[in-house]
Design a binder for this molecule. Structure first.
Ligand code: PFF
Length: 492
């Protein structure tokens, strides 16, 4: 059997919306404000902007150029570069898939909170509510056998939505959904930010963003934090940009597109954090709780601190509360479908399975894995997955992609591809960044990540990490060894 017809974006707008939608996610909403605050406030913008150019735009360009030039899935691209590299592709895709399984669960928690926020059903103590009614925290193995029904149902709904979108044709599914959800998301964020600026005490919060701590710039960890945020926020190394760019028609302006996507993503997170900080400023003003105790990240910010704020806000909270959680839902869904697309593409290209069937199988397996996070031990396991996959595996993926495309593949081909139709041009500086600067910076970040992950892990976490390591070695090898049904797969 040979290959089926290739998908192609029907407009540049669909591609851009899907790209921005893939980047704008939970990381922008709840990760960025905390990273910004704990790394020097206003002065953090310097390492952040440098990282945006040096790492963000540079690496997105590699992914664009590779995807556009090869017009193939990641697995087939690495096979074409060197047959021995195919397991690396399946490793990257497995990391992405496993990240998706827990990311979906967090989006599922958010879905629950959309409904809770309508009546502030979390009560007077949102912290306790989150721990007892959503997480059911237990770090014993037996906790894995007891399902949390509401989380289970919402995880099922999110997987169903993801399946419903990606099983469709590219433009009818991902393209259309991104074109609808992204503008809605931006509109909601504008409403939240404008409203938050009118709150008493808002200036206590947003001035923190503009108050620089210049001494932070001499701290290496601040630079690593900026790099880490860019990797996470732009979804680097996850084969998303590569996959989406492979669906672009001839003549597309790659460099110009990459710059717009990267700026939109960063613009979104900086703008959104003005709202988050203002709301936290309001909380400090009304409750007297010190600002630094409120600025947390992740689930703590969204599902504990924000419900606390909504409790003190009065009637406006019944509008702003649901809007805030809907915003996270939209941002999450456009990221989930992007994470899945690259995985599905490689599987369907190698094994010649049609789009709908691949999406169905991938989503069912993903859902089954996600149920682990919908158990009493779920939130603890989720934390371990997050630390291991983000700090360790994902950075390794970015590092390997830099080395493969910077050193093993003929890099000048990529420069030629990028410059072909774009107004903005790349050259020697970009080459130096990808070949030397990026691997050194990512390597530093990776060593720091490995160190933190290992030193903070207890026995329970180490066991899960060992299991993950075995899976991440064995499964990619199996996938690479399985013979391709698509005979064109071997045409390099
Ligand atoms: N860039 C998206 C976000 O900021 O949420 C998507 C994403 C990034 C998903 C990193 C998962 C991840 F590990």
């Amino acid at each position: 059997m040979t290959e089926t017809k290739k998908s192609e974006w029907n407009s540049n707008l669909a591609f851009m919306m899907a790209m921005i939608g893939s980047a704008v996610g939970l990381g922008n909403i709840w990760r960025f404000p905390n990273v910004l605050y704990s790394n020097g406030g206003g002065s953090f913008m310097i390492p952040y902007i440098i990282s945006l150019f040096l790492l963000g735009i540079s690496f997105v360009l590699v992914e664009y150029a590779v995807g556009f030039r090869f017009k193939k899935s990641l697995a087939r691209i690495l096979f074409s570069v060197n047959k021995k590299l195919e397991p690396v592709a399946w490793f990257i895709l497995l990391v992405v898939f496993l990240i998706t399984t827990y990311y979906v669960c967090v989006v599922g928690w958010d879905l629950i909170y959309i409904f809770l926020s309508l009546t502030k059903a979390w009560g007077a103590n949102p912290d306790l509510y989150f721990t007892n009614n959503v997480l059911h925290v237990s770090n014993s193995w037996t906790g894995m056998f007891s399902l949390v029904p509401n989380v289970f149902v919402s995880v099922l709904i999110i997987w169903f939505l993801a399946w419903f979108i990606i099983k469709r044709d590219l433009n009818d599914g991902i393209g259309k959904v991104s074109k609808i959800l992204l503008p809605l998301l931006c509109a909601i964020v504008v409403v939240i930010v404008v409203f938050s600026l009118t709150l008493p005490g808002a200036s206590v919060g947003y001035t923190q963003i503009f108050r620089p701590d210049w001494s932070a710039l001499t701290n290496l960890n601040v630079w690593l934090a900026a790099f880490g945020q860019i990797v996470f926020s732009l979804s680097l190394g996850m084969a998303i940009a590569m996959t989406y760019a492979s669906y672009l028609p001839e003549g597309s302006k790659l460099v110009d597109n990459a710059v717009i996507v990267a700026f939109s993503n960063s613009g979104f997170e900086v703008f959104n954090s003005i709202g988050i900080f203002s709301i936290l400023g309001f909380m400090t003003f009304t409750s007297g709780i010190p600002f630094n105790e409120l600025v947390t990240s992740g689930t703590g910010l969204a599902f504990v601190v924000f419900p606390q704020v909504f409790n003190t806000m009065g009637p406006a909270a019944s509008i702003i509360g649901p809007l805030f959680f809907i915003c996270i839902l939209f941002a999450g869904i456009t990221s989930v479908i992007a994470l899945l697309e690259g995985v599905c593409y490689s599987i369907s290209e190698k094994f010649l399975i049609e789009r709908k069937k691949t999406a169905t199988v991938v989503c069912i397996v993903g859902f089954l894995i996600s149920t682990i996070f919908a158990t009493d031990a779920g939130s603890i396991i989720l934390g371990v997955f997050d630390a291991y996959l983000n700090n360790f595996s994902l950075l390794l993926a970015v590092l390997m992609e830099c080395i493969i495309f910077g050193w093993i593949y003929k890099f000048d081909n990529l420069i030629e591809t990028l410059n072909e139709n774009s107004k903005l041009q790349v050259g020697k500086t970009w080459k130096t960044v990808i070949k030397y600067i990026l691997p050194i910076c990512i390597g530093g970040l990776w060593i720091q990540g490995v160190f933190t992950t290992i030193t903070t892990a207890d026995i329970f976490s180490r066991t899960i990490m060992t299991i993950l390591t075995v899976i991440l070695i064995v499964v990619p090898i199996i996938f690479a060894k399985l013979p391709a049904i698509n005979k064109d797969y071997y045409n390099v």
